[in-house]
Each structure stands twice: as structure tokens, then as C-alpha cells.
Design a binder for this molecule. Sequence first.
Ligand SMILES: *[C@@H]1O[C@H](CO)[C@@H](O)[C@H](O)[C@H]1NC(C)=O
Length: 171
Amino acid sequence: MAQCSSWLAAGEMLSFILICSLGGDVPWIHSLENRKIVSLLRELEVIPSHFCLKDRTDFKFPWERGSITEIQKTQRTCFHHLILQQIFSLLNAEDSHAAWNRTLLYQLLSRLHHSLEELDQTNEGNLVCPDLGILVWNYFQGIHNYLKQKKYSTCAWEVVRVEITARLFLM
Ligand SMILES: *[C@@H]1O[C@H](CO)[C@@H](O)[C@H](O)[C@H]1NC(C)=O
């Protein structure tokens, strides 16, 4: 059964949306690697989230939109892998380097890289999921379009930071 909780931790006021974890036996948050990534994402904050409420948007995370079925939940590892890959390329782009504290960003990118390598090594057979790939690609395309439309403003990056932090937190 999916666990739901409202994401209202101090400083993370942007997403009042109800966020549900992906279900399954072991929430991924229990993985040390994921916790470190989430913690670095939180540290990245450069502007208090509540200054950016007007920029909030719904990025239509596929897992909550019913686009991903129960059967596909067996492909969680693949889903995580895709999400981490997309976060890596989002944050490794030029506009992202300009937006964040470089030291923290490099630490985060190196963590993400490490997690991706670990997933590659331990779950080789589990990392092929073209249907999920399209859903995840569309989701991140929405994020890229949003940032472009907002001219990569500080608030736009903040909205995106909160969005991806919240998603990873409950994975
Ligand atoms: C970037 O973050 C590091 C680590 O938290 C900190 O020591 C440093 O002062 C920050 N740099 C800037 C320019 O804020």
C-alpha cells in the first residue's frame, strides 16, 4: 500500500501537494545513498522556498497520475535509475552550474554518479524499462521546459529543487 504524507517540512513549503511513496517493502529512503542525496539537495537551497510560492507548478509526476500500473511497480529499480539519470543531467547542465553553490553541486553530482554506478553493477537485469523511460523522460522534459520558460530564474530552480527533493525523499 502506498504511504502518503504531506510535505510540509520547514523550508519546503512549496509543495503542498500530497506526495505518496512508491509502496513496496523497503522505502528507498532507507538507503544511505538516497539519504545523502536528499540531504545535499536540501543544502543546495539558496532562497527561502516561501519567496517562490507564485512560481509553483504541477510537474505531473507519472507515479501519481496513474500512468504507472501496479505491475510496473516491480520495475522500481529501473524507475529509480531513470530518475537519478535525469536528475544528474538536469543538474549537470550549464544553467544549473550557474544557479547553485559549486562545492555542494559537485558533491551532489558525484553522489548521483556513484549511486548510478552502484545500480548499474548490482541490478543489470533490472534496468531495462522502455515504457517507464518515456514517462520519466516526459516528466523531466516538463521540468526543462518550465525552467526555460522561467528563464532559469532563482525561484524556478528553487521550485525544481523542492520538487525533485520531495520525489526522492519518498522513493
Ligand atoms: C558553498 O558551500 C560550502 C559547503 O557548505 C561552503 O563552505 C561555502 O562557503 C559555500 N560557498 C558559497 C559561495 O556560498
